[in-house]
Design a protein around this ligand. Structure first.
Ligand code: ATP
Length: 562
């Protein structure tokens, strides 16, 4: 039990903090709806039986008060409808609020440096976690907590109502409902757990394989591996179907247990109430009341049964999303000393999966407005320094103080979305006029004007529909929307032809203005305008050359020509 609570703790924390009151209100209204339904059924049964009996004798027929019970029945019927309506409004509002808070918190947690990189390597898993885990947590409230509360309240209310007829009957019905309910829900949740966990893992595998098949079709076809990939998919699918079958059987068994409870318990209560009636303590209407209250009290168990089936999946989701939920805020970096854009002091950098650090004891100060080029052989750690300054790779030792930055990554990152939306990732509030201005600065104005839908043009996966040069210019325009004092540029013109690359660089320099820039590069054209060249090597900065010095020219000459 303690472990279950620990798994759900981050989620329950968010639950209470976001829409806790509404969620409790919704649960209370759900319980009230159940109570009203029970009272309506019980009182109606009592009323119909009592009026039938009263009508048999003229004296009682005249004396029988039909107004009070029928008014109460109307009150319960209207009250039940109103409570149900209120419950739907409140629970839906609360659930949507909770979902919004959950997604926001998860996105923030997953965009933390380590988590973001780990998930980026497994996009299928990220997709699954974003959708299935959130959906599973969404069911905790509506399918587990609300039915649990409603069942408890209904069981208690039935016990108390029947205790007025006979205390022993009340206690017995309460005990049977509690024991059977707990037992069936417990056994269902327990026996469904292995199949549910296997199913969750298999759906993840199935999605990953489908994505592999779709995105790697050409390579698989050329290697003659399409049949093997299809067979692997079919196998996972068959296993998934077997898990579904097992879960269906568990659900059917739980349904049978619930059906037996709903049939046997009212029958036993009928016999017991009839015996009490024979003793003269209650009349036939009392027997009808006891029977119908018992029948109504077994109803909420159907919802609890479904909740028990979903419980293992929800627990797994809570366990998997817990760390991201706890990691609520972006780490806010310290500002550098006045006049500086970035300061690294004795920094050690190491990637999670790497055995040894890439860079050790790295110290560097970047002045405001200074242009620095980081050069050195492939794999020496240039991108890692950029990642560290962008807050994407926290140092394992030393300190990093850096002003607000914007980064142009080595790979052009565009998304299947509109041009406008792709640009707005850089500045969510940017107006169309601002976007057209940066597109013009990036050299894309005429191309955008020629597009029939302009900024509304939809891009394909990864920005398909644009040439490599156009895609790079678009990411450049996005960078230009970020009005920050330091730009981090990772091989900004790699892969572009010489003419396009020179044009992009010229526009980049013009747009940078008084900003500081740090450019990781192998190519001469990207480094030649720098104020300082830093050569990385041997796990640190091997040499530093100021513009105009002989070392600067020699280092430039070692770089790849255009
Ligand atoms: N996520 C990662 N996990 C483990 N090791 C990594 C990771 N990213 C990079 N590395 C390793 O860290 C080292 C430095 O990589 P980095 O990308 O910083 O080099 P680079 O100088 O920018 O190389 P290039 O010029 O080829 O882009 C490399 O040996 C690389 O294999």
């Amino acid at each position: 039990m303690k472990r279950v609570l620990n798994d759900f703790r981050p989620f329950l924390g968010l639950f209470c903090a976001s829409t806790g009151r509404k969620l409790l209100g919704g649960a209370a209204l759900a319980a009230l709806t159940g109570l009203m339904g029970m009272a309506l059924l019980g009182l109606s049964g009592w009323f119909i039986t009592a009026t039938a009996l009263a009508g048999l004798v003229p004296a009682t027929a005249w004396a029988f008060d039909v107004f009070m019970p029928s008014a109460a029945i109307r009150l319960f019927a209207l009250g039940r409808t109103a409570a149900r309506y209120g419950e739907r409004l409140v629970t839906h509002d609360a659930t949507l609020g909770l979902l919004a808070a959950l997604r926001g918190r998860l996105f923030r947690g997953w965009s933390a440096p380590g988590a973001a990189r780990a998930l980026a390597m497994r996009p299928a898993r990220l997709l699954f976690r974003l959708t299935a885990d959130v959906d599973a947590l969404d069911t905790v409230y509506l399918r587990v907590l609300v039915p649990l509360g409603t069942t408890l309240v209904a069981t208690l209310a039935a016990g108390i109502a029947l205790a007025f007829i006979s205390p022993a009957l009340g206690v017995a019905v309460f005990a049977v409902l509690m024991l059977t309910g707990t037992f069936v829900a417990g056994i269902t949740a327990r026996s469904a757990t292995p199949a549910t966990l296997r199913r969750a893992a298999r759906i993840e595998t199935l999605r990953a394989r489908v994505i592999d098949l779709a995105s790697g079709q050409t390579d698989l076809l050329m290697a003659g591996r399409i049949p093997a990939q299809r067979a692997a998919l079919a196998e996972v699918d068959a296993r998934l179907a077997a898990d579904d079958h097992r879960l269906n059987r568990i659900e059917a068994r739980a349904g049978l247990a619930h059906g037996l409870l709903a049939a046997v318990l009212p029958a036993l209560v009928l016999v017991a109430a009839a015996a009490i009636a024979a003793g003269g303590h209650i009349g036939a209407p009392g027997v009808a009341l006891a029977l119908l209250i018992t029948m109504a009290a077994t109803e909420p168990f159907a919802a609890l049964r479904r909740g028990a089936l979903d419980f293992a999946r929800a627990r797994l989701a809570a366990r998997r999303t817990g760390p991201a939920l706890l990691c609520a805020a972006f780490p806010v970096g310290a500002e550098p000393a006045p006049g500086l854009a970035a300061e690294l002091h004795h920094v050690t950098l190491r990637h999670d999966a790497a055995l040894a650090p890439i860079l050790r004891d790295l110290s560097l100060s970047v002045r405001e407005g200074e242009h620095i080029a980081l050069i050195g052989p492939s794999g020496v750690g240039k991108t890692s320094v950029i990642q560290c300054l962008a807050g994407d790779l926290p140092p394992t030792a030393g300190s990093v103080r850096v002003t607000a930055t914007a980064r142009l990554t080595q790979r052009t990152e565009l998304f299947r979305d509109g041009l406008r939306e792709n640009l707005r990732l850089g500045a969510p509030m940017a107006s169309d006029a601002q976007m057209m201005a940066v597109l013009a600065q990036a050299g894309l104005e005429s191309i955008i004007h020629a597009l029939p839908s302009g900024l509304d043009t939809e891009l394909g996966d990864g920005g398909q529909g644009l040439s490599g040069g156009q895609a790079r210019r678009l990411t450049l325009a996005r960078l230009m929307l970020r009005d920050v004092p330091l730009w981090l540029l990772d091989e900004p013109t790699e892969g572009l032809d010489g003419e396009t690359a020179r044009d992009v660089l010229a526009r980049l320099r013009h747009a940078a203005g008084n900003r500081a820039t740090i450019t990781a590069t192998h190519i001469r054209r990207e480094a030649e305008d720098a104020d300082r060249l830093l050569i990385l090597g041997d796990g640190g900065i091997k040499a530093s050359h100021i513009r105009g010095s002989p070392g600067f020219e020699a280092a430039l000459n070692d770089l790849r020509p255009d």
